[in-house]
Design a protein around this ligand. Sequence first.
Ligand code: M6R
Length: 607
Amino acid sequence: MCGIMGYVGPQQAGPILVDGLKRLEYRGYDSAGIAVSNGDIRVQKAEGKIANLESLIEGDQPNGTIGIGHTRWATHGAPTDANAHPHADPSGEFVVVHNGIIENFQSIRDELADRGAEFSSETDSELLAHLVAQEYDGDLVEAVRRTVALSEGAYAMVVMSKLEPEKIVAVRKISPLVVGLGDGETYLASDIPAILHRTRDFLIIEDDEMVIVTAEGATVETIGGDRIEREVTHIDWDAGQAEKGGYEHFMLKEIHEQPDVITETLGGRLSEDGTVRLEGVEFDDAYIEALDRVWITACGTAYHAGLIGQEIFRRVLRLPANVEYAHELRYANPIIGPCELMIAISQSGETADTLAAARIAPDHGARMLAITNVVGSTLSRYADDVLYTRAGPEISVASTKAYMAMLIGQYLLALRLGAARGTVDEELAQAVSHGLHQLPGAIEEVLGREQEAISAAEEIVDAEDVYFIGRGLDYAIAMEGSLKLKEISYLHSEAMPAGELKHGTLALITKDVPVIVVLTQRAVYDKTISAVQEIKARGGRIIAVAYDTDTEIEKYADTVMRIPDMDDLLAPVAAVVPLQLLAYHVARLRGHDIDQPRNLAKSVTVE
Ligand code: M6R
């Protein structure tokens, strides 16, 4: 997500902070800032590229040998100067940079406002500066500790105070944080590449740990205050490897980030009892009760996410739902009523076709809700309501973690709409909430079985054509698996509903033609197995994605990629992961440029 930098030592902090932030530019951001102290703290920040910050600083260099810096990827509030980090408390004595999300943001803000606080930004991060100031009674470490106790969520925060000018205090709760050890100087960063050219000796801060950084080094503690002896990790990656977190490609890194992405997307929005609170989605229960239909429009991978949404909305809401390719919908002269909701899904929020299709809704008096990853994107500005997916910057052209976040967003929306329409009772809401909260762990398990995808990749790497089949939600996942394979491996593939195979395509299934079968939908399991038998009868090779408990598939499959048992409704989230890994490893074996595949752009802003 956002980037963090910190420095304490004998040198001027400003240039070191800016240099570190520039080395994190590849991650994407929309504003940047630094705070440097020489007894008084000076904050300088600017919307847009780091070049804007540099222009601000030029000729007005901050003076001081301790400081913190940040590149922001907007979540709460638009990318503006005011919302850029660092944030200070009203006295200016405490400054904070922060990555992640404070889930109880609203209640903290309300309480502070009740006590007369005034805010200079729309961010959740600024509240941390207010809280640290409120909790300070002569000990910065304790004030930060008490602030952590008051702030729910998954985040990293870094605090500096003019009252204790020799130290930086930082906390990790899920969002990454590392300390770089120099000779008489110490660095802090969210990511190793920011400081790898300055030191190769790191302390890796783990979840629920706090670190107190001075020029002499760093002390690691639990949030509770127990001292931890952290071993120094010597990193010998080159700069390119470091940017990718040690992975060979951004795509693989982003696939592995998906458990954390789910946690981010759910953060503060879903309670244990299944109650959903979606900031930015303003419609009320009366509007939801009156809804006649949901439209979903999108392109590419976002369209495939919409296929899952369509099925969930139909099942959970018992409401007509249609997903339409945006480039088709925009010229289809659709019949849309005022009591219908248009959901436009786009990672970038800039896809020209999706923007055009989304704008049809208001012409018919319908409301438009955007599901997008980019705060302030054109789609988010067109929309009546926005559900931000919070996947963080996605660098690989082939989308993985953004897709995952789109799925989670739609589950949340279905629960919200279902509660208002009375189709989701307490029991179901609780069960789905429980299942969603279990997903990060389940996805970790799937990622731990990457070898299964590698074996499957070795089986199909020399194939000329690959087919993907499934029914219902499995068909939607088959579509996404097929697209992933095509776009990075350049191997021809086609996805179809399992029942459609016998209506023509079976003619192409001959000896050893690989067919990937997704088998998570128990209600139609036997029907899909019939298609599997038809393929086997013609000598085709079966590669299955199946639950751990599915022993039946072993009779037919040459290779099985397993996922843990779970509710069929949530299974797409797990089932897509082996297919992402499969596509990745086929492309790797074929020696392709995985992060920049041919003929594709990250955001398609032309028609
Ligand atoms: O930014 P968007 O989600 O609107 O982009 C839509 C498609 O162009 C995009 O999903 C594309 O299919 C990706 N290359 C998929 O990996």
